[in-house]
Structure formats: C-alpha cells, structure tokens
Design a protein around this ligand. Structure first.
Ligand SMILES: C[S@@+](CC[C@H](N)C(=O)[O-])C[C@H]1O[C@@H](n2cnc3c(N)ncnc32)[C@H](O)[C@@H]1O
Length: 244
C-alpha cells in the first residue's frame, strides 16, 4: 500500500486521540441521551447526510436495543426493524412503538426473505451485525437488490475487517466495495472507445449486457469505517458523451 501512495502520501506523520466536544448534529443529540447504544462519534454526521428519506429502516445487529430506540426518536414516522442472531434481543421487540425485532442470522437468506416479506421493502439498511466480510457481503448481496429504488445501504465498522478475529476470508468488505465500483463501470468494459457512447456517432452502441448491479448502483460513498451504497431511483441507462 505504502508504495502505491508514493513518497509524499506515504510519509509517516502522527495521528492523535482527541477528546474535544463532538460536533453538534440532531442525531448526535439523540445519541447523547440514549442508553445502551454503541456507535463511533464520527458516524453521526454521516447518518445525518444519508438518512433523509427513511420510511422503513432495517438495522442488522440489535445488541442492547439502544440504537433501535435512537432511530425511533430520530425518525419518528419510520418503521424501525432490527435483526440479530442472539435470541436475547427479542425483549426489544416493541410493535406498539413500531419497533420490530426478529431473531436470525444475517447470512441466512430465507430468514432475510421472511423479514422482507413482513416489513419490506426497506429504503434504509444499516449493517451493524457480526462485522466479518462473509457476513457483510452475503447480507449486502441479498438485501441490496431488494432495497427500494432510491434507497440507501450502509455498512458500518468496516474497520473490523482489518482485525484478525473478524477476518473470515481473504477479501474484506473494502475489497468488495472496489468490486462494486467496478460493477458500476461494467458497461465501459464492453466498449473500446468513447465513440461508443457519443451522441450521433456511427459507432455508438445501443445496448450492452451488464451485471444487474451496474443498473442499480447510483453512487458509493466511502468514509472512515462506513461504506454507503445508494440505489438508483430508476434503472440506469448508458451514459452519453457530447463532443463540441
Ligand atoms: C455491534 S453489535 C450491534 C450494536 C447496535 N447496533 C448498537 O448500535 O448499539 C453487533 C450485534 O450483531 C449481532 N450479530 C453477530 N453475528 C450476527 C449474525 N450472523 N447475524 C445477525 N446478527 C449478528 C450480535 O449478536 C450483536 O448483538
């Protein structure tokens, strides 16, 4: 990695811990008075920018139930669904508050399918579950194609993939993110030059076969430990180039 960065970017510099007051965000304020929730502070501005149209939210990983209560307060009109492999989380099921908890494995597609059938389609998924690449990737592979168009899929704590106990396969979720970025560009792999997307050009192609992912990934945002994949509102079409 250091070699690829080049000498200026690879130069060793200190990065220090700091305990100054956290930036003020509405979701951060809710966090401050919510018990039993576990989040990194710098996630709050990310949630703030991403959770703009949430009506049905699924969080993978319930643990002590605090994050579900946090979402409940921050998104008062949304249906909040949590899933977790630990049966103890069933105590946080609170249908009277439109908080729903189901117990199962995030890698079990028949379980995910039953959650979708009961509460989906979701416009927001947050993966804060087991944090291994296998878990993160398999949940994404099943849930992202079933996300509501225009929806958003967040995977947090991707930092855990750099820690041996969480690394259950060679490829991390960050590697997978790079493949999603490749998939987003799949149509260009079918072409040889810009003329093939140029308006009015005789070489312009009318259609190419691409993976489904290429038609639904609108954009990918990568933050420190959080990857956000936005699903396109409508199926994407080939891009058009103009030369004047
Ligand atoms: C980091 S905690 C969730 C924290 C919670 N979202 C919060 O913000 O306070 C991770 C949770 O993922 C659950 N988990 C681990 N492996 C899982 C799996 N394969 N499927 C579903 N949940 C899993 C654990 O039981 C644990 O409760």
């Amino acid at each position: 990695m250091l070699e690829a960065l080049g000498p200026d970017l690879a130069r060793a510099v200190p990065m220090r811990a700091e305990d100054s007051a956290p930036g003020d965000t509405p979701i951060g304020r809710v966090f401050e008075h919510t018990e039993n929730v576990h989040k990194l502070r710098h996630y709050f501005p990310i949630y703030q920018s991403v959770l703009t149209h949430t009506e049905r939210m699924l969080e993978i990983g319930v643990d002590r139930g605090g994050s579900l209560r946090m979402w409940r307060e921050y998104l008062p009109d949304a249906t909040i669904v949590g899933l977790d492999i630990n049966p103890k989380v069933a105590q946080y099921d609170a249908p009277e508050s439109d908080i729903h908890v189901r117990v199962g494995d995030q890698t079990d597609t028949s379980f995910l399918s039953s959650v979708l059938e009961e509460f989906g389609p979701f416009d927001t998924v947050l993966d804060d579950g087991g944090h291994t690449p296998k878990q993160m990737i398999s949940s994404f592979q099943y849930l992202f194609p079933r996300l509501r168009p225009g929806g958003v899929y967040m995977v947090e704590d991707v930092c855990a993939n750099y820690w041996t106990p969480y690394r259950d396969q060679p490829e991390s979720f960050v590697d997978f993110t790079k493949w999603l970025m490749d998939a987003m560009h799949a149509h260009y792999m079918q072409m040889k030059s810009v003329f093939q997307v140029m308006e009015g050009h005789p070489k312009r192609v009318q259609q190419v076969d691409v993976p489904f992912a290429a038609t639904i990934i609108d954009r990918i945002e990568v933050f420190d430990s959080v990857v956000v994949v936005h699903r396109a509102k409508e199926s994407k079409q080939l891009p058009r180039a103009v030369f004047r």
